[in-house]
Ligand binder design. Structure first.
Ligand SMILES: O=C(O)CCC(=O)C(=O)O
Ligand SMILES: [Fe+2]
Length: 298
């Protein structure tokens, strides 16, 4: 993927590994201060969040989801709080303190919050890495989240690839996922099907449904796709500060958190810009005139 340009941050073996597996773990990418700054800021946002004015939106990527409401659809340029499925009782009342009820915070942290903005848009190390990877010609950032994976109730994230949720033509999504806490088997570390980005096609996309809500639209695929991707999932345990770069077509997932420890992570995505990739109005997250997607490379 990389031409003759001298590498600034990655080694050639990192680039080869990313090409082969569809993801790459970079140990200790963030300094302990940066990691701690993001974690403390996320906790502060949870402390300050006003549960009384919250529409009590739940979030799940599973089949039976109700993400298609206004609170979700207009969150691209806001800092909003999405609750865990199991944090509400039958009457819609919280079953635990608000800080332990939130599944994720999203989706405009990288634009609106100075601490997250610094790590995402102002990070010279990240820019060097992006130049090394040469995955995009003109990358922009979108859809940032803190995923909390709360103790005992943190829901699973079922198998998926990110280009389904952030579709461009051609697919160009790339995820940047930062562990803010230790991620182990018991608290729902990420796992990946290595190489599945080469054998999987994006067969559907997550869209806004005219009239309200969201759904999946089937895509016409061209080449023959193997009906089953072979191989075993690899669990990638992480330490705070580790970064995992995730190809938009690689299959990944995380299990429910059954442990007493949270699993905070910060994640955002990059896509390419026109004319290299087209992001259209069907996508769930829409840029606004006040807040267009920010470029990563100046
Ligand atoms: O943090 C997780 O468990 C899932 C994250 C994910 O799927 C992503 O960042 O693309
Ligand atoms: Fe994902």
């Amino acid at each position: 993927m990389n031409g003759t340009k001298a590498l600034e941050y990655l080694g050639q073996e990192d680039i080869d590994k990313f090409d082969r597996d569809g993801y790459l773990c970079i140990r200790g990418f963030l300094t302990p201060d940066e990691t701690n700054g993001l974690l403390q800021r996320a906790k502060q946002l949870l402390d300050e969040f006003d549960i009384e004015s919250h529409p009590k939106t739940k979030f799940t990527t599973g089949d039976d989801n109700h993400v298609g409401d206004d609170y979700f659809l207009t969150s691209g340029d806001k800092i909003r709080f999405f609750l865990e499925e199991d944090a509400l009782d039958g009457q819609g009342r919280l079953t635990r303190e608000k800080q332990k009820a939130v599944n994720k915070i999203g989706h405009g942290l990288h634009e609106l919050d100075p601490v997250f903005r610094n790590v995402t848009l102002k990070n010279q190390r990240l820019k060097a890495l992006v130049r090394d990877l040469q995955f995009h010609k003109d990358p922009v950032a979108l859809q940032s989240m803190v995923i909390t994976k709360q103790q005992h109730i943190g829901g699973e994230v079922p198998e998926h690839n990110d280009s389904t949720f952030l579709y461009t033509d051609p697919p160009s999504a790339l995820g940047f996922w930062f562990a803010l806490e230790k991620c182990a088997t018991e608290n729902g570390a990420l796992s990946f099907l290595p190489g599945s980005h080469k054998t999987t096609q994006i067969t559907k996309r997550f869209v806004r449904v005219p009239g309200g809500g969201t759904g999946f639209e089937e895509l016409t695929t061209t080449a023959d796709v193997p009906s089953q991707v072979k191989g075993d999932y690899i669990l990638e345990t992480c330490e705070p500060g580790d970064l995992v770069i995730i190809h938009g077509s690689v299959l990944h997932k995380s299990e429910r958190n059954t442990s007493p420890n949270t699993r905070f992570a910060y994640t955002f995505h990059m896509i390419d810009s026109p004319p290299y990739a087209i992001y259209d109005e069907k996508n769930w997250l829409q840029p606004t005139p006040e807040l267009p997607f920010s470029k990563i490379l100046d």
